[in-house]
Design a protein around this ligand. Structure first.
Ligand SMILES: [Zn+2]
Length: 531
């Protein structure tokens, strides 16, 4: 049997026999070459010294795990000057001298490891017919050689956090090739500058507007044009104006009419709440009375006499007379107020309630000290009516409907992108507050400069910012001026830092996947090979 199309082998090797045991395919291989070249002196050697076999794991075949039984021969080197007398036959296309997996299986494991993580990759490998362990997989990933980064013309640099903002590293991205070229284990001016110094070909450094990265670029790549990236410009603006929007909200709230105070009854009219069962009884009695009252009126209309009506309704004649006199259904008028032992203390409790005291037990103790002989239940019944007193609330204002964060978003987004209801909200906000309206105009014109890369128009806005009277915006503009060259470059050069942010998102994902095993070298390996 020669090499099979289902399991191709490199030239010089052929399949001798196969044997399937459960999900393992054992493939016996034979070497067809009669000679091998000495690794030191190179001429082919023919004299065989000895033979042995090696068991090497290979790529799976039809879902079966594959073991190659490889014959290995040892040859005598016949070159008299060669220091190597005996050498082992090399199969460079198939397997490295001491490896236990074929080169192609190793590459498969590396791909699995780079695309997933130790645990996940091992599980996935098992499904594909490859038996491995997380440790092997990670070792394979670490064995992938890292080519030195080629010439970098435009560099994106940013920081990322290892552990929720405690320790930071630096990510370096080739903005032309859209690829991570390196990760540094720390976020220091020194290490970043040292890295850049090895690349004097860097022409642009895109960075955030923090002092550290600006300093690193100045030291490490003085020849390069610093570029303050647009992503950070807009983020910085958002951060700068958030307190301003919050302040405007606070002022608007202050100017709003206060909520109407709940209506509190006068002490003389204050009744206690009925218990739930009493309330129920009262309602059913009322319904009963209403029915009998209607019957009475009906019978009277038909000329039935009073004593006959009384007999039919099961009441006394006096009652019928009484109902007639009053002319309304009994029980439908307001309940007469009963006197209560609580009455003398009602004014005091009401005043405490209006002061804001809602603690029934405390109120009870207070009036008990004044001589109230009743139980807490009585106090509770009176208080209950206060709790249920309806309060008419004004319609929710724009401040209740739109949070500070949402307002910030409405102000910062391109006006054309807003939906109809968002525009209405924004207009209402701007009408309510002059500073917000001014802020909206400024932010919109800055946004346009950033989006359309109209760096030359930055100067135009200066006057408006100075006249706006908005301290936060003025402070932001001052900051831009300090970093003017980089800002201008950021608004002219067509490099987008967005891809660096994208890489950081990818990095976070990988970090989460490698949870528990995410040492820096492995993270670096993963990111650099993550094309
Ligand atoms: Zn030799």
């Amino acid at each position: 049997m020669s090499s099979s199309p289902f399991l191709p082998l490199p030239p010089g090797l052929e399949i001798l026999a196969t044997d399937t045991i459960d999900d393992l395919l054992r493939v016996e291989v034979v070497s067809t070459r009669s000679s091998s070249r000495c690794p030191l002196c190179f001429p082919p050697a023919m004299r065989i010294h000895s033979r042995y076999t090696r068991l090497v794991a290979d790529v799976p075949c039809g879902g079966l795990q594959v073991h190659l039984v490889l014959p290995v021969r040892k040859f005598f080197c016949d070159t008299p000057e060669c220091p190597r007398r005996i050498f082992t036959e090399r199969l460079p296309l198939c397997v490295q001298p001491w490896a236990r997996t074929t080169t192609r299986l190793g590459q498969m494991l590396q791909a699995l490891g780079l695309a997933s993580c130790g645990e996940l990759g091992t599980r996935l490998a098992g499904r594909l017919g490859i038996h491995t362990t997380p440790t092997t997989l990670l070792r394979q990933v670490m064995a992938v050689p890292t080519p030195p980064p080629g010439p970098v013309s435009s560099l994106g640099i940013d920081d990322f956090s290892f552990r929720r903002g405690r320790t930071f590293g630096t990510i370096l991205v080739d903005l032309d090739r859209h690829q991570v070229i390196d990760l540094l284990a720390e976020r220091s001016t020194k290490s970043a500058a040292a890295w850049m110094r090895q690349h004097p070909e860097i022409a642009y450094v895109s960075r955030d507007r923090g002092n550290d990265s600006a300093q690193a670029a100045r030291e490490g790549a003085p020849q390069a044009t610093p570029v303050a990236d647009r992503f950070h410009l807009t983020t910085n603006l958002g951060e700068a104006i958030e307190p301003l929007v919050a302040r405007c909200y606070k002022e608007l709230r202050k100017a709003q009419a206060p909520l109407p105070a709940p209506v509190v009854p006068k002490a003389k009219e204050w009744r206690q709440a009925l218990g739930p069962s009493t309330h129920h009884q009262r309602l059913s009695r009322l319904a009963n009375n209403q029915e009998r009252f209607a019957q009475m009126l009906d019978l009277q209309r038909h000329g039935v006499k009073q004593d006959e009506i009384a007999r039919r309704l099961g009441v006394t004649v006096r009652t019928v007379q009484h109902w007639n006199q009053r002319g309304v259904c009994p029980g439908s008028e307001r309940r007469r107020r009963r006197r209560s032992i609580f009455d003398p203390y009602a004014p005091y409790v009401l005043s405490r309630w209006q002061q804001g005291c809602r603690d029934v037990s405390l109120l009870w103790q207070e009036i008990r000290a004044q001589g109230f002989p009743g139980k807490i239940r009585t106090v509770y019944r009176f208080i209950q009516t206060l709790r249920h007193e309806p309060v008419e609330l004004p319609a929710p204002s724009i401040l209740d409907r739109v949070s500070v964060q949402e307002a910030l978003w409405l102000i910062a987004r391109p006006f054309d992108d807003l939906k109809a209801d968002e525009r209405t909200d924004l207009e209402e906000l701007c009408q309510a507050s002059t500073p917000l309206s001014t802020l909206h105009l400024l932010v919109q014109s800055f946004g346009q400069i950033v989006r359309k890369r109209e760096g030359h128009r930055l100067e135009d806005g200066k006057q408006q910012v100075a006249e706006s009277g908005l301290a936060e915006v003025q402070r932001f503009a001052k900051g831009l001026k300090r970093d003017a060259a980089a800002v201008l470059a950021g608004l002219t050069v067509a490099y987008s830092h967005g891809q660096v942010e994208g890489q950081i998102t990818k990095l976070k994902l990988i970090k989460r996947m490698m949870y528990g095993r995410a040492g820096f070298p492995l993270l670096r390996q993963r990111m650099v090979h993550c094309a």
